[in-house]
Design a protein around this ligand. Structure first.
Ligand SMILES: [Mg+2]
Length: 238
């Protein structure tokens, strides 16, 4: 059983518009996966920002009057993974690792800090994006992903459970820091008792992220000193 050690901190990163952008490749991944899994071309996509792949796929199928059966969802996940792998080079050409992201992860490296992901991407797509931009320092064997469900708070809880089990440490909910660019990330953190940190690099402004409950808001990850102070403060608060 995991031992209780409140002084350990779990840091969970969102991927899109927090660590990386992949330009217009996200739409291309969906178009290829849709054709592959459903059998006819994608006509349109629902809003994607901050939503999990599970939610996006269900909404996309509904837009095309296709029934979201479990087997179709499984096929769609597999097709998304294949499409992402085949578009990895395009991601690096039309996207980028965001300013300060790698350094921010590096600065939080500590024997009592575990860093992983909570992202709307399914696990296989998240892996491709992070590999494309050569991210390191994240434990990708745990985390919460878009194929785990539609509710971000549930993804945060799953990430905490997985990290606690793997690292044999019970991370207290208020020692989990969730970093993301959208109100969905902030809400997922708040609803699961975690500490939300907003990065106003995406579609939402700093004021918007603050007003929906972000404990700390950075304009981008070059402002990582404030994040480091927050994590160090949690490490020393029992
Ligand atoms: Mg995002």
């Amino acid at each position: 059983m995991a031992r209780r050690q409140r002084e350990s901190v779990l840091v969970l990163w969102d991927v899109d518009h927090t660590l990386v952008t992949v330009g217009d490749v996200s739409r291309e991944i969906y178009a290829r996966a849709f054709l592959d899994a459903v059998g006819f071309p994608l006509r349109n996509l629902p809003p994607m920002t901050g939503r999990t792949e599970h939610a996006i796929i269900r909404a996309t199928l509904k837009l095309h009057d296709v029934d979201p059966t479990l087997s179709l969802l499984r096929d769609f996940y597999a097709a998304l993974g294949s499409a992402a792998r085949s578009l990895e080079t395009r991601m690096t050409e039309s996207g980028a690792a965001l300013a300060g992201a790698m350094n921010a992860i590096e600065e939080l490296r500590h024997e009592r800090v575990v860093q992983s992901l909570v992202t709307g991407n399914i696990a296989s797509v998240a892996q491709v994006k992070l590999r494309a931009f050569e991210f390191s320092g994240l434990d990708r064997s745990v985390g919460g992903y878009g194929d785990d469900g539609s509710e971000r708070a549930r993804l945060v809880q799953l990430a905490r459970d997985r990290a606690s089990e793997k690292h044999a440490v019970e991370f207290a909910p208020d020692h989990v820091v969730v970093i993301g660019d959208s109100p969905h990330d902030v809400k997922g953190a708040t609803d699961s008792g975690a500490v939300p940190v907003g990065v106003a690099r995406g579609a939402s402004s700093a004021d918007e992220l603050r007003s929906c409950g972000a404990h700390l808001v950075l304009n981008d990850l070059t402002e990582s000193a404030a994040l480091r102070r927050l994590v160090l403060a949690l490490l020393t608060s029992g």
